[in-house]
Unconditional design. Structure first.
Length: 184
């Protein structure tokens, strides 16, 4: 759940990394790194329109939520890593916008002196449409799908509030067996 302090903590952490590691550490201070960071940020901020960034935010958070879901569903480490890797690879390679991911590169470009990127532009075309798109992508599309699949068309919840089915409940979490053991 998105808590009001969560984006601020992410922004503070990203700005800390930009200032300490990249800024004062001069990691991207020399070319070709500096010019690549500025070109990337310019492409992310100046080229697309507000609605394009908004739509890319929807697709991005849908893939991020899919990565979280697949990571939780994996039973061993390899399946968890593969389940998380593919959706994350997809959103990065497709150029989708994630609020927290953009909180490092765009401020870094501002720090490095990108000529056309300002803090106001970053807020208007970086934070606002991405935040709205991420909320709709994860909070509306993904949550509505899971609500329909698991609460409307799925099995009824047990009295303890836990769900069980042959495909989603591991044997170690068999609710009926646990209840029978408690009564003995």
């Amino acid at each position: 759940m998105l808590r009001p302090r969560s984006p601020w903590g992410n922004l503070a952490g990203s700005l800390f990394v930009v200032a300490i590691i990249f800024g004062y550490g001069n990691v991207f201070a020399a070319d070709p790194y500096k010019s690549e960071v500025i070109a990337f940020a310019t492409k992310k901020q100046l080229t697309p329109d507000f609605h394009q960034i908004f739509l890319r935010g929807i697709g991005c958070n849908w893939l991020v939520c899919l990565a979280c879901f697949l990571g939780v569903q994996g039973r061993d480490l390899a399946s968890k890593v593969v389940g998380i890797w593919f959706p994350t690879f997809a959103f990065v390679s497709l150029g989708f916008d994630h609020l927290v991911a953009n909180m490092t590169f765009i401020p870094l470009a501002i720090w490095l002196g990108a000529p056309k990127i300002t803090v106001a532009l970053y807020i208007w075309k970086g934070i606002i449409p991405t935040l709205l798109g991420n909320i709709i992508g994860g909070g509306l599309f993904v949550a509505t799908y899971y609500w329909y699949m698991y609460l409307v068309s799925g099995e009824m919840a047990t009295l303890t509030g836990m769900r069980q089915s042959a495909t989603t409940t591991p044997r170690s979490l068999d609710i009926e067996a646990m209840a029978a053991e408690k009564q003995n």
